[in-house]
Design a protein around this ligand. Structure first.
Ligand code: GDP
Ligand code: ZN
Length: 458
């Protein structure tokens, strides 16, 4: 039972038109009313209405801020508790003052993620939805935002619940057979279990298949631009950054020294690792040559190999091509505005057509083809048909993999005619792992760990 009332500034810190302080808990309305004038207006306010007034220091009557206060009474609020949102229009300093004053009334400062944690503890949302709220806050692209939104809305939860429901039915079926073995329906049960396991396995595999794409959408495609000096790597980098508005987000928990720049192409964020780093790497490549670009290529999800259309293929370039051809590579034939000197045969021998993109960065030609090629690699070209049910959370992926392993074990066991109470254990394990994704049967420490990832005021 939650008895205390919490408050925090819920809008981003810094300059802004308005800032909102959110208060949640049994004393949210009364507590705010203590520093509000006219007195008693908030305690009388109907749910989901906005009240205009002032924040006054009850000690000396000093007027601190002109505010609009929204009252939302339990359970019709995000946390399912009484919630008050104080809209202040001053700068950060006056908002801080209002918050400090509020904290003198017995309301305490919220921990990071505590509002969302309460929504979870009060049964408003399940765990995967709560985690999606984190993703929403951090979304770096439209697509990432949509996926997170779907998850908040419970798409993933629903699929997991449906799957768990099927497993429960299966377990019940098995239970009957354990309890009444004299029915001697062993043979039929084995094929029945196997069939159900196959269905469940397919569903988990489906969810896992989306995991890789989900991760990419969430975290960005780590992209390395490599090639010999002067082929146009820096020009390409600049063109990409210019054409596709880079969305820079400030992710809590990452160090300040590491700047990550995101370029969004067709909704797919490319993570240009630490722009300075990439430029440095590019310079490094320029100095040391292609031989050394191997290390730059090592960690990348995507490699953009830039070649000069106006020069013959160098020995080190064809070596590099050979070395990386099985990775996610796009070969860019740059400077098509100049006469062709590059022999394309060895390139098309090594790469499929759609991975080779002729371009002139200088004349802004071919950028669209490059963007298409990138989409094609990561979504096999059928972007439109996906329903955004991506699993993108490492914890979810881990649990899905574990439940998949249990289900596969159960299926194999049916073929080996293992006693069904043993099979039952595997299915139960799978059911429990799936339950952990949506927050059934998770321990307090895990819950704390998850919610601590939130920023303050959420
Ligand atoms: P990097 O050494 O690979 O980073 O290459 P840069 O981006 O610094 O480019 C080297 C030179 O090639 C510069 O003078 C660019 O202006 C020029 N360049 C880049 N792209 C093109 C292109 O598409 N056509 C032509 N003609 N020149 C280009
Ligand atoms: Zn360069």
């Amino acid at each position: 039972m939650i008895t205390d009332t919490i408050a925090a500034i819920s809008t981003p810190m810094g300059e802004g038109g308005i800032s909102i302080i959110r208060v949640s808990g049994p004393d949210a309305i009364e507590g705010t009313d203590r520093i509000f004038s006219p007195k008693g207006k908030l305690t009388q306010a109907a749910s989901h209405t906005v009240t205009y007034g002032y924040i006054r220091d009850p000690e000396n009557g000093e007027r601190l801020e002109e505010v609009l206060v929204t009252v939302m009474r339990a359970p019709r609020s995000f946390t399912m508790e009484d919630v008050v949102e104080i809209g202040c229009h001053g700068g950060l300093v006056s908002v801080k003052k209002v918050l400090d004053l509020l904290l003198t009334t017995g309301i305490r400062l919220a921990e990071p993620g505590e509002f969302t944690k309460r929504a979870f503890l009060n049964g408003r949302i399940d765990l995967s939805q709560a985690e999606a709220v984190i993703d929403l806050i951090r979304a770096k692209s439209d697509r990432a935002f949509k996926i997170a939104l779907k998850q908040v809305e419970g798409v993933l939860s629903k699929r997991i619940q449906a799957l768990r429901h099927k497993l429960v039915e299966l377990m019940a079926h098995i239970e009957v057979n354990i309890d009444y073995p004299e029915h001697d329906v062993e043979e039929m049960t084995n094929s029945f279990i196997k069939e159900k396991c196959d269905l469940a396995i397919r569903e988990v595999q489906d969810l896992l298949k989306s995991a890789n794409q989900g991760k990419i959408i969430r975290e960005g495609i780590v992209t390395a631009i490599v090639g010999r000096p002067n082929v146009g790597k820096s020009s390409l980098l600049n063109a990409l950054a210019q054409d596709n508005r880079a969305i820079v987000t400030d992710i809590p928990g990452t160090t300040r020294d590491v700047i990550e720049e995101y370029v969004t192409i067709n909704g797919i964020p490319l993570k240009l690792l630490d722009t300075a780093g990439i430029r440095e790497t590019a310079d490094l490549v320029e100095r040391i040559g292609v031989e050394r670009s191997r290390s730059a290529v090592g960690e990348a999800d995507l490699i953009l190999l830039v070649l000069n259309y106006n020069e013959e293929l160098h020995q080190d370039e064809s070596e590099l091509l050979e070395q990386i051809k099985d990775r996610q590579v796009i070969v860019i034939l740059n400077k098509t505005d100049l006469p062709q000197k590059l022999d394309l045969q060895p390139i098309y021998d090594a790469m499929p057509m759609e991975r080779v993109v002729p371009m002139s960065v200088l004349e802004n030609e071919g950028m669209e083809s490059l963007e298409k090629a990138i989409s094609h690699i990561f979504f096999s070209g059928n972007l439109e048909t996906n329903d955004f049910t991506y699993v993108s959370n490492a914890r979810h992926i881990h649990l899905l993999k574990r439940s998949l392993a249990s289900l596969e074990e159960a299926r194999q066991a049916t073929e080996a005619y293992v006693p069904i109470d043993m099979i039952q254990i595997d299915i139960r394990n799978a059911w429990e792992d799936l339950g952990e994704i949506i927050g059934d049967s998770v321990g307090d420490s895990l819950i704390d760990q998850i919610f601590s990832q939130f920023c303050l005021g959420k």
